[in-house]
Design a protein around this ligand. Sequence first.
Ligand code: SAM
Length: 247
Amino acid sequence: TPSLYVVATPLGNLGDLSPRAAAVLGAVGAIAAEDTRHSQRLLDAFGIRARLLALHEHNERGAAEQVIRLLGEGESVALISDAGTPAISDPGARAVARVREAGHPVIAVPGPCAAVAALSVSGFAGGGFRFVGFLPPRSAARRAALAVLREDADALVFYEAPHRIAECVDDLRAEFGAQRRVLIARELTKLHEQSVLLPLGEAAAWLASDANHVRGEFVLVVEGAPPVEGLDGEAERVLGLLLEELP
Ligand code: SAM
C-alpha cells in the first residue's frame, strides 16, 4: 500500500540513521524534505538516489497536496526534516494530518529526537515530561510562558537557539528559582557534545565560563517542581485531629 513514512534522521552523528530508515529512504518514490540541499548531503553519504521535493513551513499546504497526489498514483513517500524527527518543532504535522484525512497510511520510522535524547540523559525522566519546544523569543512573553509551568511536576523540555541561551537561562532561574536543577545539553551526538546538570542558580556562571559553552545547538531540561505540601499537608493534619478523637 502506498504510504507516507515519517523518518527520523541523525542530529549530527550519521551512525544514528537506522538501517530501516536507510532502506525506506532508498525505496520510496519521493522524499519530502525541509531543505532539499541539506538532505541531499545526507542521502549522498548513504548512496541513496531519490527524488526530493521541498516541504517546509512556507509551502506545507501545497506540498502536502503534492504528496497526496503521489500517494494516489501509487507511490510511497518519505518525510524528513533537517535533523531528528519530523513534525517535532519542525514542519510535517500539517502534512501528516492532510495525508490521514485523505485516507492514506502514515507509518513512523522512529529514531533520533533531540528532546528525547536530552531527557534520556537527564535523570529526570522517571516521571512524566512535558515537551515545550521553543519558547517565545522576547523575555516578557517567555517569562509569561514559564510562569504557568512553575508548579508542573513533570520535567520540562525546551529547545533554544545559542544566541538566546543565556537570557533564557536567566528567565528560567527567575521563574523556577535558583535551587531547581537544569540539564544543559549541547551538540548532542556531535564532536563537541556536552551535557551538564546544575542548579539554575549556577547555570549562568557555567555558560559564561567558556565561550564554547554558548555555541551550538541546545536542549534544556528542567526538573519538575517538587511535590507541594499545601493541600496534602492540610489533609494530613485534619486526619491526625480526627484520629485523635477516635475511641
Ligand atoms: N525535529 C527535531 C528533533 O526531533 O529534535 C528538532 C528540530 S528544531 C527546529 C531544532 C532544535 O533542536 C535546535 O534548535 C536545538 O534546540 C535542538 N537540537 C537539534 N539537534 C541538536 C543537537 N545535536 N544537540 C542539541 N540540541 C539539538
